[in-house]
Design a binder for this molecule. Structure first.
Ligand code: ADP
Length: 488
């Protein structure tokens, strides 16, 4: 099967892409199309599910034609999570726009449910936030008559983006959702990976409209792609897929994506973790009916701090100048930079907090400020890693990706700040890689995820901690003092 390829459909927030991987993890062909964003009101974000379906078919057919459809062993799907689609199961047509994860229209409804938050968190691992799908479904039932009508007459089908796409690619034969995507709806019991009657009642969602929850690998459905019937054998939400693609397969293995913000997911093992730091508990994958779990947290400002140095302060011309400037000084000269430009995310949860640069002296130069901005990434990550440890998941390794990690100085500083090995992958398409690994396991190309990771996912470079514990804790204390000032 070594001359066979795995075809991944990555239905993201801003683009729809298809990528063909070899069994050795090389990208052999790809195609991408931008996805239209609809902003019908302030704080509202919608997608046309019909457009997502059509773009998906187009990129899949394009890549299948490029590599030869007969060489595709299986298809894997990964997707923007939480975004919810509504369709008529008799015609297959969308009833309305999909409501996107970023959409805040249910903020008041979420606030009204606050008395239920502890129960909801205990059952789902999530918090009551508009982000997640259930309140969006309720809103559509209350405000879009065609959705309410379809529910009344038993024609309503709902599903996250992978569910919608599998339904269509299978010609309406499969109305399924994988356990990682289901874990982001607020409707699934995290421990059993089944829809929960109490949650269904709380949000008033018609159970008959929901898909069946299935594994992340195995014979999920069959798709007509490039004129051939090809099995869909892998599916997972994007952050989970990225963690799998990064080989985070054992407890304490963490992946962090450093882009505009930073999204971190830590493998937590076979039991659902309980967070005391407002981290989210979620399904990492489910294979052969057995779930594995993860803890998840977000840092609001990562690369955007560097962007601000460039565009707001104008002290660098290009993001990559941050690396040479940080290197040009032996330390940050006592400067701390808490980049709370858009509030502080996990584990502080202070959305109204604002940023701080402190420790300035007559000797402070732009190099010190730039270095402090990069050091802030390590310290913010350390805040999350400390919270993970409190929640029972001590960090073992950190696997990084995203636009910032081309910066070698940053990667070394992450290793120094955390005192653990930081690994950067060879193929930076970690999300698509994870979906390919699942599809490879699901079609029998690999025995299990470790075998898939060994064959497909290779490290580009490892960064080993190069400072001692005493130096690490001095920096930690300086940062914590600055954060206390921000929170005060
Ligand atoms: P997103 O997917 O969130 O749009 P990317 O993964 O493309 O973001 O990452 C872009 C971010 O990375 C920008 O905020 C940019 O400032 C930052 N960035 C890019 N190159 C570097 C670099 N060499 N050093 C530090 N930050 C960088």
């Amino acid at each position: 099967m070594t001359d066979q390829y795995l075809l991944v459909l990555d239905a993201g927030t801003t683009s729809t892409r298809a990528i063909a991987f070899s069994a050795a993890g090389a990208i052999v062909a790809s195609a991408a199309r931008p996805l239209t964003q609809h902003y019908p009101a302030s704080g509202w974000v919608e997608h046309d599910a019909g457009e997502i379906r059509d773009l998906s078919r187009a990129v899949l057919d394009e890549v299948a034609a490029a590599v030869g459809p007969e060489r595709i062993a299986a298809i894997g799907i990964t997707n923007q999570r939480e975004t919810i689609c509504f369709w008529d199961r008799t015609t297959g047509e969308p009833l309305c726009h999909a409501i996107v994860w970023q959409d805040r229209r249910t903020a008041d409804y979420c606030a009204s449910l606050k008395p239920h938050e502890a129960d909801v968190q205990a059952k789902t691992g999530l918090l009551l936030d508009p982000y997640f799908s259930a309140t969006k479904i309720r809103w559509a039932l209350d405000n879009w008559p065609m959705v309410a009508d379809a529910a009344r007459t038993g024609r309503l089908a709902v599903g996250t983006v992978e569910s919608w796409l599998i339904w269509h690619l299978s010609g309406g034969a499969a109305h399924v959702t994988d356990a990682t995507n289901a874990s982001r709806t607020l409707l699934m019991d995290l421990a059993t990976c089944a829809w929960d009657d109490d949650l269904i009642a709380l949000f008033g969602v018609p159970r008959a409209a929901l898909p069946t929850i299935v594994d992340c690998a195995g014979p999920l459905a069959t798709a007509m792609v490039g004129g051939r019937m090809i099995p869909i054998t892998g599916a997972a939400g994007d952050q989970q897929a990225a963690a799998i693609g990064q080989g985070c397969l054992t407890p304490g293995a963490i992946k962090a994506t450093y882009g505009t913000g930073c999204f971190l997911l830590a493998h937590a093992g076979p039991q659902p973790p309980v967070s005391h730091s407002r981290l989210l508990s979620t399904v990492a994958w489910r294979l052969a009916g057995v779930p594995a779990y993860a803890l998840e947290g977000a840092i609001f400002v990562a690369g955007s701090a560097i962007q601000w140095l460039r565009d707001g302060l104008g002290i660098i011309a290009d993001s990559k100048d941050s690396e040479t400037l940080a290197q040009s000084v032996p330390d940050a000269g006592g400067v701390s930079f808490v980049p709370a430009l858009a509030g502080l995310g996990a584990p502080h949860w202070a959305p109204d907090a604002r940023g701080l640069i402190c420790g300035l002296s007559g000797g402070t130069t732009r190099a010190h400020i730039v270095r402090a901005a990069l050091e802030a990434q390590g310290q913010q990550t350390a805040d999350l890693v400390d919270a993970l440890a409190v929640d029972g998941v001590p960090a073992a390794t950190l696997r990084v990706d995203g636009g910032m990690v081309v910066n070698n100085w940053l990667c070394q500083d992450l290793a120094d700040s955390l005192g653990i090995v930081v690994e950067r992958p060879r193929v930076i398409e970690t999300t698509a890689m994870g979906a390919a690994m699942l599809a490879g396991v699901g079609c029998g190309m690999f025995a299990d995820l470790p075998a898939a990771a060994a064959a497909m996912a290779a490290a580009d470079r490892s960064f080993h901690p190069a400072i001692d514990g005493a130096a690490r804790s001095v920096r930690r204390q300086q940062w914590q003092t600055a954060v206390r000032r921000v929170l005060a």
